[in-house]
Design a protein around this ligand. Structure first.
Ligand code: KG4
Length: 342
């Protein structure tokens, strides 16, 4: 089954063709990052406009690279939630028109389920059930993946996502959006114990996380230094911050593994590209005797191949939408309900 997938939930326009949910035929991503960087974050209106300009030629190019004609496409999968609503609507309406024109099924895909499915593309043997640590720019979750389309959130951030925090810290340290990678590079020469940044605990929900206190602590440190005209050791700030994020993610992931008894741990999302977090996950999985899957860096960020991969399993589960399909800015990963509030 050849699925053409479209992803436009944020600042990347993406189109891909994947066969049987596992074999990438093409995977094209057009990033708008440079354009948004001057504003320090994604500007929704600009994102939507750029998606409109890019989507048609990009989908054509994805088909061409896959070496397939339109007639050989069996279904169209599209990210319908969560994300920037205007941006989502561009991809959604395009996908609807393609599905209608080709007379093939339209498969609604939850963006975060797609991030998890990126691992199916990289690891042919990987199958649910497993535990997933999802750390992206907009979300930080511990997900019990019971089956391809059956997921339950075990823990989540109560405020900022880990990636959002990396981006904010990068910004106050003078690096452009998105700053996760820059923080990681900067941290390489810094002392991770130099600044004792807070690691929040939520007593009544031990698997939940909170990153806003950490973010505020870093921002206050930099602003105070600026006001006093003193210098901070930027590399040490980056390293100490990164260590605090790691220390918030790893013990909770370990606890969730204990709680569920899962023998397999999977990471997903842009922050899963971080070397320090990857190393800590490897060590923890080894100590606990669990198998760990880390998505290749190229599949950690937003792309459409992951949407096609998840789309394949949504289709197997009978999840097909009609032309009334809407986009949703918010949607819980376990709920994934495209039939409500039309
Ligand atoms: O999953 P993703 O591409 O987009 C969302 O769907 O949210 O994640 C983007 C996030 C950004 O916040 C970016 O700064 C962060 O992932 N990121 C990193 C690294 N590479 C990307 N954070 C820490 N270390 C990295 N190496």
């Amino acid at each position: 089954m050849n699925i053409l997938a479209i992803e436009s939930s944020c600042d990347e326009t993406a189109a891909a063709v994947v066969t049987n949910g596992r074999e990438i035929r093409s995977n094209l991503v057009l990033s708008q990052i440079e354009e948004h960087a001057v504003y320090g974050g994604v500007v929704p209106e600009i994102a939507s406009r750029r998606h409109v300009e890019a989507i048609v030629p990009l989908a054509d190019a994805a088909l061409k690279e896959a070496g397939l004609s339109k007639k050989e496409i069996d279904a169209v999968a599209v990210t319908y939630a969560p994300g920037l609503i205007g941006a989502l609507l561009v991809g959604l309406n395009f996908a609807k028109s393609v599905a209608l024109g080709l007379d093939v099924p339209l498969i609604p895909v939850h963006h975060l389920r797609g991030h998890i499915a990126a691992n199916f593309l990289a690891f042919p043997e990987l199958k649910p059930p497993f535990l997933c640590l999802m750390v992206s720019g907009g979300n930080t979750l511990l997900v019990d993946v019971r089956d391809y389309t059956d997921m339950v959130i075990l823990g989540r951030t109560r405020d900022d996502a880990a990636g959002e925090c990396f981006d904010k810290v990068a910004r106050v340290l003078g690096y452009p959006y998105p700053g996760g990678k820059a923080i990681e590079s900067l941290a390489k020469t810094g002392d991770p114990t130099a600044y004792p940044f807070p690691r929040a605990n939520i007593q009544e929900a031990p698997l939940d996380m909170s990153f806003s206190g950490l973010k505020t602590a870093v921002v206050n440190l930099i602003h105070n230094a600026e006001q006093k005209g003193t210098k901070v050791d930027k590399a040490a700030v980056a390293a100490s911050f990164q260590a605090a994020v790691r220390d918030m993610l790893i013990p909770r992931t370990a606890q969730a593994l204990q709680q569920t008894g899962h023998s397999v741990l999977v990471a997903a999302g842009g922050v899963a590209a971080n070397g320090v977090i990857r190393e800590a996950l490897k060590q923890m999985a080894q100590e606990m005797g669990r198998k760990l899957y880390l998505p290749p860096l190229a599949l950690c960020g937003d792309n459409a191949a992951m949407i096609a991969a998840q789309g394949y399993y949504e289709y197997q589960a009978g999840h097909v939408a009609d032309m009334t399909l809407n986009a949703y800015a918010n949607m819980e990963i376990g709920k994934n309900d495209w039939t409500t509030s039309r």
